[in-house]
Design a protein. Structure first.
Length: 243
């Protein structure tokens, strides 16, 4: 792991992307910052983190074993790597909220944003951005958010947690390299938040619907069994799972 530490940056993903545009970046180059002013989440949302208290980083990862159409396997693999790393630190009641938020005790503790690097129509690399709430305990104004310290009472070392996440990511890279994609999907679905439980979803037009999460399609769409017993697929732009 080639680690670059920053006191502050707009976005670790943006920093790493700009770096890759101007020089050769080694596989598993990690940019870690104490303060991120314009951290980004899924669908253009912002990731707010108290300076110095959390683990905010991005990883440059070369992609050799996946086609562009298989991008969601990368998202599943990264989610599982973080899940397993947190399990190592005995964080309780872990779940993955589709597509790739990590929850503990039904509260969000980690967000992931993966941006692909496309050349000649194929994915050649990706930038994996991770915001993990470690030692922040004040989440006023933010609903359904928590941190490892709030949940366990333990103060965590950022670099120790980072090392474990990278270690687990390399394990899942071996799964991808071996084309054990079904195995990744099966394990991801096993840990899905509210799988097979009656859940409420909000559609893009504001309408609320009920259904049961059954799994994910290969393209990353969420598979929901509707009240009329029809299995439908929705992408991230189409609906939001409510807590």
């Amino acid at each position: 792991m080639n680690l670059i530490k920053l006191d502050a940056t707009d976005s670790t993903n943006s920093f790493l992307r700009q770096l890759a545009q101007h020089q050769e970046v080694k596989d598993y180059t990690v940019v870690m910052t104490e303060r991120q002013d314009k951290g980004r989440g899924q669908m253009g949302t912002t990731w707010v983190s108290e300076p110095g208290k959390n683990l905010t980083f991005s990883v440059f990862k070369r992609i050799k074993y996946l086609h562009k159409s298989e991008q969601f396997y990368l998202s599943m693999a990264v989610s599982l790597a973080i899940y397993d790393a947190l399990k190592y630190f005995t964080i309780p009641q872990l779940k993955i909220k589709w597509p790739n938020d990590i929850l503990s005790v039904n509260s969000k503790i980690c967000g992931i944003l993966i941006e692909s690097v496309i050349q000649n129509g194929e994915m050649t690399a990706c930038i994996i951005g991770v915001g993990l709430n470690l030692n922040q305990t004040d989440f006023k104004g933010v609903t359904n958010a928590s941190s490892l310290k709030s949940i366990t009472g333990v103060h965590y070392n950022k670099e120790e947690v980072l090392q474990k996440i990278i270690e687990e990511t390399k394990k899942y890279e071996d799964w991808v390299a071996g084309r054990e994609l079904f195995k990744i999907k099966e394990k991801y679905e096993k840990y899905l938040f509210r799988r097979d439980k009656p859940s409420t979803f909000k559609l893009q037009n504001g309408q609320l619907i009920m259904g049961f999460i059954k799994g994910v399609a290969q393209n990353g769409c969420l598979q929901i069994l509707m009240e009329d017993e029809i299995l439908k697929e929705f992408d991230l732009k189409e609906l939001k799972l409510l807590y």
